[in-house]
Design a protein around this ligand. Structure first.
Ligand SMILES: *[C@@H]1O[C@H](CO)[C@@H](O)[C@H](O)[C@H]1NC(C)=O
Ligand SMILES: *[C@@H]1O[C@H](CO)[C@@H](O)[C@H](O)[C@H]1NC(C)=O
Length: 373
C-alpha cells in the first residue's frame, strides 16, 4: 500500500515536471518571436555611406563584398586579385573597412583599375553597425565579422551579392558561382556550403550547444546573399534576438547565428557543395570533398589562419602564389607555372597528395590538359 502510494506521488511529480518543461520550451520559442517584434525600434541603422549616397546594384550586376579589419588588408586584396584574374564578367566590389584601411584599399584598387582598363568598379565604405549594440557586435567574433549580418540593411540599394571571408581565394571565375542565384527556388535567399562532410570529425554535431542547420551545420565563409529577399524576410530582426538568446553558447560568432536562423528556416537556404568552400579539413586527414575531386576546387578557404601557417603548406603556397602575382602580367607564366612547381614539392603532405583538386579549375581556365596524377 505504502509503495503504491509512493509510486503514485512520483508519477505525479514526473507529470508536473514534464508539463513545466514543455511550457518552458514553448515559452522560449515564443520569446524569439517576441524579441523579433520588439527589437526593430531599438535598431537605428545608418543606411548611408560617408558620402551620404546609397549604392545601387541591380540583379544582374555581379557584386562581391568583403569586410576587412585589423591585419586583413593584404589578404582581402589578394582575394580581390584572385577574382580579377579569372573572371570575364564585369565585377563590382564593395569593401567595408576599418577607417585606417580605407585609404590603402582605395589606392590599390585605383591602381588595378588602371591596369585592367576599368574592368571593375569598387566602393570602399566605413564599417556600419547598429548604434545600440555596436561595440558588442564588433567584439563578437574576429574583428568585425559580424558586420556581414547587417548587409541587407546597410546596403538598401543592392539586390544581391557574394559575401566572401577575407581568407578565401577564387580558383574560378566569379560568374560561375553567381549562376547559382538562378538555381534558387522562390523561398531561397542565400547559398552556403556544409561545415563538414564527415560526422566523425564534424564540429557542430559533436560540440555545439545551440541549434544549427541540417546534420553538420554550414560554413559561412562564402555566402551568396539575395539581399532583396533577406530584407523581405526581415533578416536583421532575427539576428539581434537570436544573439541575445544564445550569446553564451556561441563559439564561431556570426556563423553560429546564421546556422541558428537556417535551423529554423531550412527552406530558405540553398546548399552548394564543398568545392565552393574548400578548407584544410577537406584534405588534412584524407580527401573527403568528392565534388572537388570531380570538378576541382572553385573557392579555397584558409580558415583558422592556414594561409599563413606552416601546418598546411599547400594552403600557404597557393596564397603566396596569388599574393606575389602582379595584376596585368601573364597568368600562366607568372602564376600557374610557379604554383605547379611549389605543389610538386609538397606531394608528401596529405593535401599535396590531392594537388590536382586545386589545379583542375585553373587548368580549365587556362585551357590546359587535365592532369589527373
Ligand atoms: C533576388 O530576389 C528578388 C525578389 O525575389 C528577385 O527579383 C531578384 O531577381 C533576385 N536576385 C537574383 C540575383 O537572383
Ligand atoms: C525550396 O527548396 C528548399 C530546399 O530544397 C525547400 O525546403 C523549399 O520548400 C523549397 N521552396 C519552394 C517554394 O519550393
Amino acid at each position: 500500500m505504502r509503495n503504491k502510494m509512493r509510486l503514485y506521488i512520483y508519477l505525479n511529480i514526473a507529470v508536473i515536471v514534464s508539463i513545466f518543461l514543455i511550457i518552458f520550451y514553448l515559452y522560449s520559442i515564443k520569446q524569439i518571436d517576441y524579441y523579433r517584434e520588439n527589437v526593430h525600434s531599438e535598431l537605428s541603422i545608418n543606411i548611408q555611406n560617408s558620402a551620404n549616397e546609397i549604392i545601387f546594384y541591380k540583379r544582374n550586376d555581379i557584386v562581391v563584398a568583403v569586410v576587412a579589419c585589423g591585419d586583413r588588408l593584404r589578404e582581402s586584396l589578394t582575394l580581390i586579385k584572385s577574382a580579377l584574374m579569372f573572371s570575364k564578367a564585369k565585377l563590382n566590389f564593395i569593401v567595408l573597412a576599418e577607417d585606417n584601411l580605407i585609404e590603402s584599399f582605395t589606392e590599390k584598387l585605383e591602381e588595378w583599375k588602371s591596369f585592367t582598363n576599368n574592368a571593375f568598379t569598387y566602393n570602399v565604405l566605413p564599417l556600419n553597425f547598429p548604434t545600440k549594440d555596436g561595440n558588442e557586435w564588433k567584439k563578437l567574433f574576429k574583428p568585425c565579422a559580424a558586420q556581414r549580418l547587417f548587409l541587407p540593411d546597410i546596403l538598401p540599394g543592392v539586390d544581391s551579392l557574394l559575401y566572401m571571408d577575407t581568407d578565401t581565394l577564387f580558383l574560378t571565375p566569379v560568374e560561375s558561382i553567381w549562376e547559382y542565384f538562378n538555381k534558387f527556388n522562390r523561398s531561397q535567399m542565400a547559398a552556403l556550403a556544409p561545415e563538414h562532410e564527415d560526422s566523425n570529425i564534424g564540429w557542430y554535431n559533436r560540440f555545439a550547444k545551440h541549434p544549427y542547420y541540417g546534420k553538420l551545420g554550414v560554413n559561412s565563409g562564402v555566402m551568396l546573399m539575395n539581399l532583396t529577399r533577406m530584407r523581405a524576410f526581415k533578416w536583421t530582426e532575427y539576428v539581434v534576438p537570436i544573439y541575445r538568446k544564445f550569446k553564451l553558447h556561441i563559439t564561431w560568432g556570426d556563423q553560429d547565428i546564421i546556422n541558428i536562423i537556417f535551423h529554423y528556416h531550412p527552406g530558405r537556404l540553398f546548399l552548394y557543395s564543398c568545392r565552393y568552400n574548400y578548407r584544410p579539413d577537406h584534405c588534412m586527414y584524407s580527401s573527403i570533398c568528392k565534388s572537388a575531386e570531380k570538378d576541382g576546387v572553385a573557392v579555397m578557404h584558409g580558415s583558422r589562419g592556414f594561409f599563413h601557417s606552416e601546418k598546411q603548406p599547400v594552403f600557404k603556397a597557393i596564397f603566396n602564389a596569388f599574393d606575389s602575382f602582379q595584376i596585368g602580367s601573364d597568368v600562366y607564366k607568372e602564376f600557374y607555372q610557379p604554383l605547379e612547381t611549389y605543389l610538386d614539392a609538397l606531394e608528401h603532405t596529405n593535401c599535396g597528395k590531392v594537388k590536382y583538386v586545386f589545379l583542375r579549375n585553373l587548368q580549365r581556365f587556362l585551357d590546359l590538359e587535365f592532369d589527373n596524377t
